[in-house]
Design a protein around this ligand. Structure first.
Ligand SMILES: [Zn+2]
Length: 83
């Protein structure tokens, strides 16, 4: 299993303990391991999702300008995943 760094806590873990967040063509955040383009990895826990949505970490990591409701989008991704 490849190792990835969480953008929330910056810990390196195996990818199966994490979720890859990508941006769709219409700038929505989704969890996808396969989607092309840049992805940002986040641990499967709420603390890291919260940390990732603050201070522009996700925008930096995806090298994209995110919609202002990034926090809301991320928490709905988190809820859909249902860890
Ligand atoms: Zn983390």
């Amino acid at each position: 299993m490849p190792l990835r760094r969480c953008i929330g806590c910056r810990t390196v873990k195996s990818a199966d303990e994490m979720v890859r967040i990508c941006l769709t063509e219409n700038d929505r955040l989704i969890a996808s391991a396969e989607s092309r383009g840049r992805g940002a990895w986040i641990c499967k826990n709420e603390g890291c999702f919260n940390a990732a949505s603050s201070k522009g970490k996700l925008a930096r990591s995806l090298k994209a300008k995110l919609l202002p409701d990034v926090q809301k989008q991320l928490s709905s991704v988190y809820e859909e995943l249902g860890f």
